[in-house]
Design a binder for this molecule. Sequence first.
Ligand code: ADP
Length: 464
Amino acid sequence: MRIGIVTPEVAPFSKTGGLADVCGALPVEFARLGHEVAVISPLYRSARAHGLDPTPLRVRVPLGSNGVEASVFRSGHHFFIDHPPFYDREGFYGTARGDYEDNAARFTLLSKGALELLRALDWRPDVLHVHDWQTALVPVYVKTRAKDAFAGVKTVLTVHNLAYQGLFWHLDMSLFGLDWSLFTWKQLEFYGKVNLLKGGLVFADAVTTVSPTYAREIQTPELGGGLDGVLRERASSVVGILNGADYSVWDPSTDRHLAANYSPQAMQGKARCKEALQRRARLPVRPDAPIFAMIGRLVQQKGFDLVVEAAELLVQLDVQIVLLGSGDPRFLLPLQRLGRLYGDRLSMEVAFDEAYAHQIEAGADFFIMPSRFEPCGLNQLYSLRYGAVPVVRRTGGLADTIVDGKTGIVFDAYETEALVEAMQRALALYADRSRYRAVQRAGMEQDFSWSVSARKYLELFERL
Ligand code: ADP
């Protein structure tokens, strides 16, 4: 197949979240399995440093009554749309002060520019795979104003987080170059505004999201972000496909960040990693004290309100808690305070530190993820592989990847008591050494590699 991917982020050129990893890893797998791929994304400032090749290609995109001309850079199967006034900026979508005001224009250029580029390359894809609201206009164009040029091309929209929808004022319809007849509640209209993600959900031939459970959850009012009705209407075309873990980066048998390497067959190294973690976190070096860890953005979604309350109780027990993250001071300040009061039990580091994240996974006995919602989640996959038994809430991708009592501990209610009870179950498990080792080993032997996900996407493309 010929597979065109249009995405707002692609690792290693541009990354703010898991979406970038998906768009970095999937095309490589597609190509390895013999398919032809082209990945189209913006040339942000972060991508410029990667030594890309200029091409003679130009794309001209009308934007309302004006138009812009963009040039195109290339690196292997990656194509980058270059228009410095739009993309050579500090952030991808905005700054700390808020979203960029011209995001409608910026991502129209990406969506329309991608279609123009495919025509300029004279490369007709069988499938166009697009990601999140920033590229959701692609399926709309393919089914409306570009339908002759792209007749027979199938479109697939992947939703990485339904909380972000791309809402713009109604007069942007002319900027998008879309006919006003599409501005109805059945298509792009959403409470008087234009909702780009909704347009994509309506017009794409298939919709995917990043776990089977999240695919069901977004069809309910609780997690549907106002689009659950649209998603229910398209229920037969909505599928969940789990993200994969990149085991070339996250594998304790080869990880260079660790004090020692280990594998299910040779676990001695993990004890050395635990000791190294206790030293780094300035906790007492005690092989017998169970370490609970957590890494992540300190935001509501991740359940940090529960962690704050649970930590108040758990510091009374004989446990160690290691936290790494940055974000909302509502969660940060109480955790830092606990760290000062109970320095021999709780360590909180405020940073984004890739190496330390690896060392925590390797040193921890348990990894907690009490998320309110979790489209897929990656940390629990890394934790499985590193033998840090996951303690997770049954939601989204967490529900799909952790089996209670077999590979981890799963709890249901979004309540502090439920998290504390789950952590107490973890302590009981830890006290029963042979049972703990069995759960740990079963987790380490799970396979969530990208090749599994890639095959599922290919099956979907072939069905279309
Ligand atoms: P999300 O994409 O919602 O933030 P995921 O679990 O899918 O959550 O992925 C988060 C990724 O970011 C993981 O690879 C995690 O290790 C990493 N990460 C998050 N916060 C930090 C941090 N403070 N330092 C290092 N890595 C972090």
